[in-house]
Design a protein around this ligand. Structure first.
Ligand code: NDP
Length: 289
């Protein structure tokens, strides 16, 4: 095969899944992991084990990082500084936008370039239908490596600011983690009456679909900074937020999550948004109203 070589550093569940997809697509794939044994099965499947981070970086122009955070990148590439010049570091690890911008500078000082990534699916879905990955950084870098990166999921370029991929990733994980925590809060509320979570499950799915139906209207309100509509006012939704806290308290649950939501409504009302649409909570979240 004439596929381009690629190096993958970081062989947690995500990195391992990426390596398997690169191998299946015919890319000569070099791997390195702090805990060397995590590479064993991949080497049997055809990956090449690098003896050191420097060897791993030297093996391919494109170096994919799949690490817990950006500090891990410094811990590893700090041992490979002389090998970095001319490399494209596709760091598909979660961290803050600021850490991502700093990493772009750190790499640039060593002659390498950062393509920041945020992968939006769990390990079993890497490279499968529906998998996608946000990227940001220099457009030319993205264009040069898009075909290779496509192997792990549809590449979605967000712009030249390296923080953009991270911001899109963290924004969507905000929705995801909050919704997942909400699922558990709901199950606990039902469970307090001795009802099994699976009885709630079909309604939970419908509720999540209903929430999805609000997405476009919410975006329109936010972009216009205008919150019309009297079907779901802050006062009406805020009363419900109160009831959710009361129900959780009566059931003896930890109410930190519903209290956080109630607090947004309380403060929106205090700021005079009571008869606006619930979307006016945006003014509270952004500390503007
Ligand atoms: P893990 O946290 O399980 O693995 C991370 C890798 O980072 C391991 O190879 C680990 O090495 C390495 N590592 C961590 N700290 C250091 C360090 N200080 N020095 C050297 N190596 C280090 O992560 P996942 O594979 O689950 O995820 C990787 C990234 O992908 C994360 O940023 C995660 O947020 C993101 N992600 C994960 C998803 C998932 O479902 N798992 C979904 C979407 C994104 P070692 O083996 O030696 O410990």
């Amino acid at each position: 095969a004439n596929e381009k070589p690629v190096t993958v550093i970081g062989l947690g569940p995500m990195g391992q899944a990426m390596v398997r997809k690169f191998l299946a697509a015919g890319h000569p794939t070099t791997v390195w992991n702090r805990t060397a044994s995590r590479a064993d099965a991949l080497v049997e499947e055809g990956a090449v084990r690098a003896a050191s981070p420097a060897d791993a970086v030297a093996a391919s122009e494109l170096v994919v990082l799949s690490l817990t955070d950006y500090q891990a990148m410094y811990d590893i590439l700090g041992q490979a500084e002389d090998a970095l010049a001319g490399r494209v570091i596709a760091n598909i690890s979660s961290d803050s936008p600021q850490k991502t911008r700093e990493a772009a500078e750190w790499l640039a000082e060593r002659g390498a370039q950062l393509l920041a990534g945020g992968i939006m699916v769990p390990a079993p879905m890497v490279g499968e239908e529906g998998a996608y990955v946000f990227y940001s950084g220099p457009r030319a870098l993205f264009d040069a490596h898009e075909a290779t990166l496509r192997v792990i999921g549809r590449p979605d370029y967000r712009g030249s600011d390296p923080a953009l991929a991270q911001l899109f990733y963290q924004a969507l994980l905000t929705v995801f983690l909050t919704a997942l925590a909400g699922e558990l809060q709901a199950a606990a509320l039902i469970g307090s009456a001795g009802v099994a979570a699976k009885e709630l499950a079909p309604y939970m799915r419908e509720t999540l679909e209903l929430a999805a139906m609000f997405v476009d209207e919410t975006a329109a309100h936010v972009d216009a900074r205008s919150y019309p509509g009297d079907l779901s006012t802050v006062v009406m939704m805020g009363a419900t937020a109160d009831h959710i806290v009361a129900a959780g308290t009566a059931a003896g649950l930890d109410t930190v999550l519903p209290e956080a939501v109630k607090s947004l409504y309380d403060r929106a009302i205090a700021a005079g948004h009571g008869s606006d649409n619930w979307t006016s909570l945006y003014e509270v979240v952004t500390r503007r109203g």
